[in-house]
Each structure stands twice: as structure tokens, then as C-alpha cells.
Design a binder for this molecule. Structure first.
Ligand code: ATP
Ligand code: MG
Length: 265
């Protein structure tokens, strides 16, 4: 295939972009994510499955082929966002005939087509001031402040931008868990357990299971949203115990006589 045809194919197909421009061969689930056109994607993936690497490619593809686009990278801390940002930067440097840089610093770069990639700590106040993002990626989303997620949603509504939340689970709480469990059809969901990752060996998994025990293993490698280890009752049992069919004994406090205590001298 001629180089012009390959360039065109790379623009249209992020998998070709990864293979041809970045010399990166995606796993099957990574190819699915790269090709996903869904506006809201949830990645529930085990540790080291390649979620940051794959979304870094998605970020670079968007910035390269959608001129003037804004890509925001968020995570629980500036340090973690910078790690994702440096993956995008590494891939940018790997590109043959990539676009020239207009501006480059430790937390953002701008390409000659006007696209910007910016990394932020995942707190609500850092997001205000940006507008019309084409893509927002939340890394370690189960650990990111819910306030960050609330702050980005109006921007996405206006720009029709794309949101990718990716994480290993962190208990049955927070916006990542809620979207995964109760977000309905508004989301595309991709689950990647350790078994789906060709680079994680059975031997390593057995060792991890022995070392850290079942609870940690299920959360870190099998994508399970676990109840807190010190929780007395399972959340599912509490949910089952709550019913609308039984009327409460008292409404408000009108019938309830406050308890009286004798003063102890
Ligand atoms: N398709 C692939 N082919 C070869 N190596 C890959 C592929 N995908 C990911 N890797 C490698 O696997 C390692 C883990 O990747 P990455 O950091 O993206 O995973 P992660 O899921 O974000 O991990 P963590 O849970 O620690 O944040 C990296 O060394 C990365 O280069
Ligand atoms: Mg990562």
C-alpha cells in the first residue's frame, strides 16, 4: 500500500494508526477500544492490562486527526496524569512525519493543527476554564473525586465530546462504580480480566493470589467491585433487606418521645 493510502487509513482507523505510525500491535480488546465511536466508554480492567497505553494512543489519534481539538487527561493526582501524558508524548515522538509542536511543556502540548493535549489533577476547580473538549480521559477513575466528574459533564454536553472512564475497581461507591453498575445503556462497557491479558502469566497470578489473598486478587485481577474488607454486612444483603412494602413505625418525630437521661453528679 502506498504511503498516502496508509496515511488516509491511519486517519480513519486508529488501529492502523497504532500499527503503522506507532509500531504498536493492540490486543483484541485494545483494538475494540481504539475503534469505538461511543461517546461514553467504561473500561473496567485489571492492573497492567494496558489501559493507559491504549487511551494514550486514542488521545494522540484524536489530537492528530481532529484539528483544533482539546484532549483532557485527568486522574487522582497531577503525578498520575503526568504519567499518562508522558505516554502520549512518547507515542508522539515515535510517529513518522508527525505534526510539528506549537508549544510543549510538562503538562500540555499543542500541535501545529491547533490541537491541545492537557493533563490535570482530577479535582473540580482545575477543569473550569477549559471549553469544548473533544475527548476526556479519566485514568484510575474509581479513585478520582466525584466533583471532577460532575464538573466535566456540562462541557461534554456542549461539545458532544467523548468520555472514557478507566480503572481497576475500588469498592462499591463513587461515579465509576455507579456508571458501571447503574449507568444503563448510556455507556459502552469493556471488562478486561487478567485472563484476557496475554502478558500476565498464570504463574504470576497464582503467586499474587497466595501473597495478597482472595479479596485483593478479585479486585485487582478479576475486575470485581468488592465490599470494604472491614464491612460487617455485604452491600447486596443490605440492599435486599430494604423494602418499600413495609411502612415505617413512625413518620417524622412527632410521635417519638425523646429519651430522658438522669443527670449524674
Ligand atoms: N498491546 C500491547 N503489546 C505490548 N505491550 C503492551 C501492550 N499493551 C500494554 N503493553 C505494556 O503493558 C504494560 C502495562 O501497560 P499500561 O501501563 O498501559 O497498563 P495499565 O492497565 O494502565 O496499568 P496500571 O493498572 O498499572 O495503571 C506497559 O509496559 C505497556 O507497554
Ligand atoms: Mg495505568
Amino acid at each position: 500500500m502506498g504511503s498516502l493510502a496508509l496515511d488516509l487509513l491511519s486517519a480513519l482507523d486508529p488501529v492502523t494508526f497504532a500499527q503503522d505510525k506507532l509500531d504498536f500491535e493492540p490486543d483484541p480488546w485494545q483494538a475494540n477500544l481504539l475503534r469505538s465511536t461511543s461517546n461514553q466508554v467504561l473500561l473496567n480492567c485489571c492492573r497492567q492490562s494496558g489501559k493507559s497505553t491504549t487511551t494514550a494512543i486514542k488521545a494522540l489519534h484524536t489530537a492528530t486527526y481532529s484539528p483544533g481539538s482539546l484532549v483532557l487527561l485527568g486522574s487522582p493526582s497531577q503525578r498520575q496524569s503526568s504519567l499518562l501524558f508522558s505516554k502520549v508524548t512518547e507515542f508522539r515522538k515515535r510517529m513518522n512525519n508527525g505534526l510539528k509542536l506549537q508549544e510543549d511543556n510538562r503538562t500540555s502540548f499543542e500541535l501545529s493543527n491547533g490541537s491541545r493535549v492537557v493533563c490535570l489533577p482530577g479535582s473540580a476547580d482545575t477543569v473550569r476554564g477549559f471549553s469544548a473538549p473533544s475527548l476526556i480521559i479519566e485514568d484510575e477513575a474509581a479513585f478520582v473525586d466525584d466533583g471532577f466528574n460532575i464538573a466535566i459533564r456540562p462541557m461534554l454536553a456542549v461539545s458532544q465530546g467523548r468520555l472514557i472512564l478507566m480503572s481497576t475497581p475500588n469498592g462499591r461507591r463513587g461515579h465509576f462504580y455507579e456508571a458501571w453498575e447503574n449507568g444503563g445503556d448510556d455507556w459502552d462497557r469493556i471488562e478486561v480480566t487478567a485472563e484476557d491479558c496475554p502478558r500476565i502469566t498464570e504463574e504470576h497470578l497464582q503467586k499474587e493470589r497466595r501473597t495478597y489473598g482472595e479479596w485483593t486478587f478479585l479486585q485487582e485481577y478479576e475486575c470485581k467491585f468488592m465490599d470494604a474488607a472491614n464491612q460487617l454486612f455485604r452491600t447486596s444483603d443490605i440492599d435486599r433487606a430494604i423494602t418499600d412494602e413495609v411502612k415505617p413505625l413512625f413518620f417524622g418525630s412527632t410521635n417519638v418521645k425523646p429519651l430522658e437521661f438522669e443527670e449524674v453528679s
